[in-house]
Design a protein around this ligand. Structure first.
Ligand code: ADP
Ligand code: ZN
Ligand code: ZN
Length: 721
């Protein structure tokens, strides 16, 4: 008689906890199973197996899909932690760790490309009489060693059958293997003193956290490379997280050009099959490095030896909907669980990270100077209250741009606003282009002749007459977006080759990479872009960068607004003069604002100032926060659900020493037709918050159900909703 088991399964549904099933075939923790769920069949992952004592009412597992665990103990431990810490349903957390084909229940089958090689008999056969095509194929292999089937077939116009024929003759042999990112090998530079000292201070093994705090262009990536080289000898593996899809390929290629091992990649723009291949290669230990965006923190490793988080301050590491996790923070947990060292790199470290470094809990290494240049760029803050300007650009700035271009350099302008103009207004009656579903204006896009809402995605044709008063000449486009700036630049610099890089201009990461390549090739003189461009890219010939409108960020209601602006200023400034002395220009109506000091002094000086302000105000990182969010069409109901949550939880004695803020409407209350509000709780330390959080969330869920509102929990929120 086969033994019955009870298995706990994490199912892909937004429901807390696991669901129990009966299983009469062998099954291990970490394997996928197909189970009935409500009226559906779903693919879940087994998180526990127990001997059966009570078979009452349990449904049976329909099929066990993996004979060995798909997720190993290390991954499961991280996923369990994440579900608890972020108070998110375990089933959805587990989904985040699986490539799409595996979520869908497809078998762990790899379709690896075949690689061909000459045998000794093949080498000998070269001396004999051969057909022209045969001779060409053998010569190609003799020259290139082992090659991909695709390359071989292209080189000698061979069909698979024809290759099999040569294999039968014993001349060729083939095997299937995975290969990572391809790149031509390049020589390594000699490390400068600061880099060498940093590398020497990096641990080989055991858990620790190090902050590599290096100005932009100081050669942090070079330090990562050497460290990865050290950690990945004898089959060790390293995870390298980057904040943006656009940075993965460039960095992976740079690593591949230098490392003996294979480099795998992971990001959401990768095709499902390729993503699975990479995932499995990492799991099998065939890749020494995985370069990926945030979800790569959950990747399986055969032998993880270290983790690097590049640009650790970047907000893109935090997922903003659904499972709201922070990949850097989970990297800290993963490194601790795996007992491996973690390296956080940035020119503008977050206050969260600096706090640990300043306290001495984390090692703090500095690279104070640029690796390849003489000086940091010259900085010019332009007072736009008095400057003469046309089309959003000060004349003085345009003169400097002309000089930079005349000297053969490139110019980059940053404007964090897509579209042509942020709103359309009627001067005759005061009508504005409000979104029908959000408390926001719709942006004018001239290329598509649309009004678009950047919050909900609604779009409609730009009206030719005012929808309110029917006036035809009262409609004005107000404000400046990247498309309008492009028009100004084209008019003012008719000779210059201008390229706009924003998410309207490009829809795929391949297009983005092609644009970046154009900049590198010198095929572009003036680059216009949104924040997108501020990260990581290294453009050697950039003489001048300008922030067209710094004021947007200065008026932010978010207490992190100034920290973000300081980081942006430094990162943008860091793009300039990478290999020649550069200039940074900032246009603002508040030239006295202390945040601009970050451009001329150490970032850490600004960080200390911001940190002491946070300390005085009792804000993170000097406290911990959790935000409870609710939404519904009816604003009163949303506020009530949250008020009941607060009152009920407080009456039950939850959070006696916390501070409670709200409920209050969101900064932008209505989005996509839903009224949104939040209840914020804050405590002096994380552990106090974490201890009672599950009870608070239970109250929230109960009230959400009673009031039929949608709710979400944001632990360590990075943005005010
Ligand atoms: P970061 O990651 O700190 O922004 P990178 O590692 O990208 O800096 O280095 C910036 C530039 O300096 C790159 O072009 C890199 O090749 C170059 N570089 C880095 N280290 C050295 C070195 N030791 N000697 C010469 N050039 C270097
Ligand atoms: Zn009107
Ligand atoms: Zn909208």
């Amino acid at each position: 008689m086969t033994a019955m088991r009870k298995v706990s399964v994490a199912v892909p549904r937004p429901l807390a906890g696991c669901f129990d099933y009966l299983c009469d075939s062998p099954v291990t923790v970490g394997a996928r199973v197909r189970v009935p769920f409500g009226r559906d069949r779903v693919i879940g992952v087994v998180l526990a197996v127990a001997a059966m004592d009570d078979t009452d009412g349990l449904k049976a597992v329909e099929a066990v899909l993996d004979s060995a665990p798909l997720l190993d103990a290390a991954q499961l431990a991280l996923l369990r932690f994440a579900a608890r810490y972020y108070q998110h349903p375990i089933g959805e957390v587990v989904q985040a760790a699986l490539p799409v084909p595996l979520r869908e229940g497809r078998p762990v089958l790899r379709q690896l490309p075949r690689r061909w090689r000459l045998t000794e008999a093949g080498v000998a056969a070269q001396a004999g009489r051969l057909g022209a095509k045969q001779a060409a194929a053998l010569a190609f292999l003799a020259e290139h060693g082992e090659v991909d089937e695709a390359a071989l077939r292209e080189a000698c116009a061979a069909s698979p059958a024809w290759l099999m024929d040569l294999q039968r003759r014993g001349w060729l042999t083939c095997h299937a293997s995975w290969r990572g990112v391809a790149a031509e090998a390049v020589a390594a530079p000699t490390l400068n003193e600061a880099q060498a000292a940093a590398l020497a201070a990096l641990p080989q093994a055991g858990h620790s956290v190090t902050l590599l705090d290096g100005v932009t262009g100081s050669g942090k990536t070079e330090v990562y490379l050497r460290w990865i080289e050290r950690l990945s000898t004898d089959g060790g593996q390293v995870l390298l997280l980057v904040p943006e899809i656009g940075l993965v390929q460039a960095l992976a290629a740079r690593l591949a050009a230098r490392l003996a091992g294979q480099v795998a990649v992971s990001h959401s723009a990768l095709a499902d099959g390729a993503r699975l291949d990479n995932w499995l290669a990492v799991r099998a230990g065939e890749a020494q490095v995985l370069v990926g965006t945030r979800s790569a923190v959950f990747a399986p490793f055969a032998d993880l030896r270290g983790i690097i988080v590049d640009e650790e301050h970047d907000g893109a590491y935090k997922q903003q909907d659904g499972f709201r996790y922070h990949a850097r923070d989970l990297a800290v947990v993963r490194a601790r669980q795996a007992g491996v060292p973690l390296l956080l790199g940035s020119a503008t470290p977050s206050l969260e990270t600096l706090q640990h470094a300043w306290a001495g809990a984390w090692q703090h290494l500095r690279l104070p100077a640029r690796a390849a240049t003489v000086a940091l760029p010259a900085v010019r803050i332009l007072d736009m209250r008095s400057a003469e300007a046309s089309g959003g650009l000060a004349h003085e700035l345009m003169r400097a741009m002309r000089q930079a271009l005349a000297a053969g350099g490139q110019v980059m302008l940053f404007l964090n606003r897509r579209g042509y103009a942020p709103l359309l207004r009627c001067d005759a009656c005061g009508w504005c282009s409000e979104c029908p579903a959000c408390d926001a204006m719709m942006t004018v896009h001239t290329a598509s002749r649309q009004l678009q809402c950047h919050h909900c995605g609604r779009a409609q044709p730009v009206p030719l007459r005012c929808p309110a008063c029917d006036s035809s000449d009262g409609l004005q486009m107000i404000g400046l977006g990247t498309q309008r700036l492009e028009q100004t630049v084209a008019r003012q610099f008719p000779q210059a080759r201008v390229l706009r890089i924003d998410s309207d201009a490009f829809t795929t990461s391949r297009q983005f990479e092609a644009a970046v390549a154009q900049v590198h090739a010198g095929a572009v003189d003036i680059i216009l872009g949104t924040q997108w461009l501020s990260k990581g890219h290294h453009f050697p010939n950039l003489h001048l960068v300008a922030i067209v409108d710094a004021d947007q960020a200065l008026f932010s209601v978010d207490y992190r607004g100034e920290e973000r602006l300081a980081q942006l200023l430094v990162q943008v400034g860091g793009r300039a003069g990478r290999e020649t002395a550069g200039q940074v220009w900032v246009q603002t109506r508040q030239p006295q604002h202390p945040v601009f000091g970050v451009l001329t002094a150490l970032y850490e000086t600004t960080a200390r100032r911001l940190d002491s302000e946070r300390h005085t105000a009792g804000l993170p990182p000097h406290s911990a926060q959790v935000s409870l969010l609710a939404r519904h069409r009816d604003a009163a109901r949303v506020m009530q659900a949250l008020a009941f949550t607060r009152d009920g939880a407080q009456a039950a004695g939850i959070g006696r020493d916390w501070q409670w803020f709200g409920p209050a409407p969101a900064v932008m209350p209505r989005k996509d037709g839903q009224q949104r509000a939040q209840l914020l709780v804050q405590a002096a330390d994380k552990s106090s918050l974490q201890r009672e959080l599950p009870q608070l969330v239970a109250w929230l869920q109960a009230q959400a159900k009673a009031f039929r509102v949608r709710c979400a929990v944001d632990v360590d929120p990075l943005w005010l909703e």
